[in-house]
Ligand binder design. Structure first.
Ligand code: KG4
Ligand code: ZN
Length: 339
């Protein structure tokens, strides 16, 4: 009879401390401790993030085990995020994972956070089987914006990227200038639903090939807000919904144009999206339209697996366990780990 594997996933690459337990490819628990402390600073403060991880990690892991209703002695392996991310944050998760794996005498598995954002689609989903290979992977997060040619679980090649800001970062910075809390992406999405997306026009950046750029757009947005605020101090309040709808529409157009280009260049019809910005309703709507009109095959993660979570780390752990790709105790974390 096939052995059942219980995998503990640990994620601590940025400001969320997360732990999940998987029974093979099925998620039994998926717990996250968000760090509210960064809101008042308008962005993540690395030193505060690593301190908060230290206080959160034990309770979050305990909660994940308790919801999964298993004892730590039943665990088969521990998967943790090795990078990319904030060094101090990564160190907390990796040190905890290594210590626990050593004390339980079970294998350790290291996971690349950006691979995990795409491989979350391999978590068992009653509604849909996982994507077949090859596919165009698109990671849209606060730290990364990448187009990836994915030929198998661990054969991933970056074919395009942002040359400056990540799309989530651009959302957050535009939100900050409008006085929205960090992270502003979800709030812009919510306000945009009540606004007109053609109220303000922003130039689509002219960037060759599969590179993308968001910083020029972000600056154009910030300049527009400052200029109009000088003329009318209530400009933001009076136009908030329209500003959100217009900039969101432009960001989505930029990335969808590049997805179209990459699909054509690599002759792929299957598009798999991952990362926090995959929760955005405009990108979901536009890609949904491509499925109906142009017969694209599009995979969007369930909401709980869009922003940072440990279930996605656990599923990569499961895939690596099947192919016996074990980590080692002397592997160091890497802030800039590439795919
Ligand atoms: O993947 P993620 O949780 O963390 C990183 O690995 O960076 O992504 C976080 C990013 C933030 O910039 C946040 O504003 C953005 O995802 N985000 C959204 C939405 N939900 C989260 N951006 C636009 N619309 C959303 N609904
Ligand atoms: Zn992420």
């Amino acid at each position: 009879m096939k052995k059942t594997n219980y995998i503990l996933g640990i994620e601590s690459s940025c400001d969320d401390t997360a732990a999940a337990v998987l029974k093979d490819n099925v998620v039994l628990s998926n717990c996250i401790a968000n760090q509210k402390i960064h809101q008042s600073y308008g962005g993540v403060v690395p030193e505060l993030a690593s301190r908060a991880h230290q206080s959160n990690i034990v309770p979050v892991v305990q909660q994940a085990l308790s919801i999964a209703n298993i004892d730590k002695k039943q665990l088969s392996a521990i998967a943790y995020t090795r990078g990319p991310g904030l060094l101090g944050s990564l160190l907390v998760g990796s040190t905890f994972a290594k210590s626990l794996a050593m004390s339980l005498d079970i294998p350790l598995i290291e996971v690349n956070h950006m691979q995990a954002h795409l491989l979350c689609h391999f978590i068992r989903n009653e509604d849909r089987p996982p994507p077949e290979f090859p596919f165009l992977g698109v990671t849209l997060s606060g730290g990364h914006t990448q187009l990836v040619l994915v030929k198998s679980h661990f054969d991933m090649r970056e074919i395009g990227r942002t040359r400056d800001d990540a799309i989530g970062e651009a959302f957050d910075k535009c939100g900050k200038v409008m006085g929205l809390n960090y992270p502003a992406g979800p709030e812009i999405d919510r306000l945009a639903k009540k606004g007109k997306s053609d109220a303000f026009e922003f130039p689509i950046p002219k960037v060759e090939g599969l590179e993308v750029s968001f910083s020029g757009l972000k600056t154009a947005f910030i300049n527009l807000v400052h200029k109009n605020k000088n003329i009318n101090s209530n400009f933001i309040e009076e136009n908030l919904n329209d500003l959100c709808a217009s900039i969101q529409k432009t960001f989505v157009t930029v990335i969808v144009n590049k997805i179209i280009l990459a699909k054509e260049k690599y002759n792929l019809n299957r598009v798999v999206i991952g990362g926090g910005v995959a929760a955005n309703s405009e990108i979901r709507k536009v890609l949904g339209g491509k499925v109906i009109q142009d017969k694209w095959e599009v995979f969007l993660p369930p909401f709980q697996y869009t922003t940072d979570n440990a279930a996605m780390i656990g599923i990569v752990g499961y895939q690596k366990l099947l192919s016996q790709q074990w980590g080692t105790m002397n592997q160091t974390v890497s802030a800039r780990l590439s795919l």
